[in-house]
Design a protein around this ligand. Structure first.
Ligand code: MN
Length: 437
């Protein structure tokens, strides 16, 4: 279902004028799904699609009968896409997603009747986590991140022997996933001061972000029924931006032998829009391994994964401090990279997750792991940029950071661009650190 079709035509224009502007994240070729209402209102939460600087209220168009001419599959999908959580749309599967995308693309094209009553300005909208997340799993798929951070935690053996054989992950916490704009208090917990033999309890001193993508599971699998890798993409509804906030000092003390716990369960911030796998079809690239690295075991290998397994999603991290806000200066860019460098693909993560019999469910969320690229400027967490806190990172306004300060807002951006295709974007995932309670 990853085929490129006329909905990706870069020449398409919309009757929503802002969707035709250069640099918009949401041209008519994108059509990402989210859940919104007017900010501060008592309106019901409902499904929407981002178009230019507007949100298309899918339910308003559906109620007006706009989807009926596209057939029952598209009409049913439109009803699911207007719900207050998108689990039903995710469960409907790729044929429904494709029918809905075709209908939305047709309805929003220039020359079709404008539907201003079905639009809400994004400036007036607020969002929530767009689906009920039953389970959250966070992977660890960047070999560059794993090597950089492994060197800090275990200088003698930075890369664990399993890394190149399976996509490493831990089961995370769904309840503390928040939407862009999330604020949270700096966590408190146990840490072991350098040289000490007993831990102390207090506020985290080494608070960090992790620049990741989120993978929204679409249709699930029955318990005990694996997902063959050639079918894995049919189980993925789309991608978003994801910040796996991390308390490095808590992590260092608690992580052995069972992995992260309180270091990562206090907050996870995602972007409101889910960019569908269908929208991302033009930006897929070959998934490759460096010469000499092991080939994946057969259950993690297929022809489509080799030729189209990776996604060239450009990702950036920005930091806006309290003094930048006070002084009116803009945020400072910390790093940029691409998801194409991931050592493991989306399909491999999905297939590996289910291969032992685990059932994935619509609305499950997978984090890709921190997506650090091959060069130092592509490091996707402060612990790497500051080399474990030893080399302060300079910000544009003269401040420095080794780890996050109270009042810091971390902003992730993502987009895809490619010659002969439209540029599509993910919007933002932003979150702000409040002082410890
Ligand atoms: Mn992570």
């Amino acid at each position: 279902m990853s085929d490129i079709n006329d909905t990706h035509d870069p020449g398409l224009r919309s009757w929503v004028a802002s969707a035709n502007e250069e640099g918009t994240d949401f041209p008519i070729q994108n059509l990402p799904h989210g859940v919104f209402r007017r900010t501060g209102s008592a309106e019901p939460w409902r499904g929407g699609v981002a178009i230019g600087d507007q949100v298309l209220d899918v339910g308003a168009l559906h109620a007006a009968g706009a989807f009926s001419r596209f057939g029952p599959i598209a009409e049913q999908a439109a009803a699911l896409a207007s719900a207050d959580e998108l689990n039903g749309l995710m469960a409907a599967g790729p044929a429904a997603w494709k029918a809905l995308r075709t209908a939305l693309s047709a309805l929003l094209r220039e020359g079709q009747p404008a539907q201003p009553d079905a639009l809400v300005s994004q400036a007036d909208a607020e969002y929530r986590v767009p689906a009920r997340v039953g389970d959250f799993t966070d992977f660890y798929t960047s070999v560059h991140h794993a090597t950089n951070i492994g060197r800090l935690f275990r200088p003698d053996a930075p890369l664990m022997p399993n890394f190149k054989w399976l996509p490493v992950a831990y089961h995370g916490r769904a309840s503390s996933i928040g939407i862009s704009g999330q604020t949270f208090h700096r966590p408190r917990g146990q840490t072991l001061p350098a040289g000490a033999t007993a831990p102390t309890f207090g506020a985290c001193q080494r608070l960090d972000y992790e620049l990741e993508l989120g993978i929204w599971i679409g249709q699930g699998n029955a318990p005990g029924e694996p997902i063959p890798i050639a079918e894995a993409d049919d189980h993925v509804f789309g991608l978003c931006l994801l910040n796996d906030w991390s308390a490095r000092d808590i992590q260092a003390w608690e992580y052995q032998p069972l992995g992260p716990f309180l270091a990562k369960n206090f907050a996870t911030t995602i972007s409101p829009w889910i960019v569908t796998l269908q929208a991302l079809a033009p930006y897929r690239v070959a998934w490759t391994r460096p010469d000499g690295d092991p080939a994946p075991l057969p259950y993690l290998d297929c022809a489509h994964n080799r030729t189209h397994g990776a996604f060239d999603v450009r990702i950036e991290c920005w930091l806006e401090s309290q003094s930048m806000r006070d002084g009116g200066s803009g945020p400072s860019r910390l790093s940029s990279s691409s998801f194409r460098h991931s050592y493991w693909s989306v399909a491999q993560m999905v297939t590996h997750h289910a291969v032992g019999g685990c059932n994935l469910q619509p609305g499950d969320l997978l984090g890709t792991g921190t997506q650090s690229g091959p060069t130092p400027g592509e490091a996707a967490a402060l612990i790497e940029l500051s080399v474990g806190g030893q080399q302060p990172v300079a910000l544009d306004n003269g401040e420095t950071r080794t780890f996050l300060a109270d009042g810091d807002t971390v902003i992730f951006k993502g987009w895809c661009e490619k010659p002969r295709f439209a540029r599509i974007g993910f919007g933002e995932a932003r979150g702000t650190v409040l002082p410890a309670r």
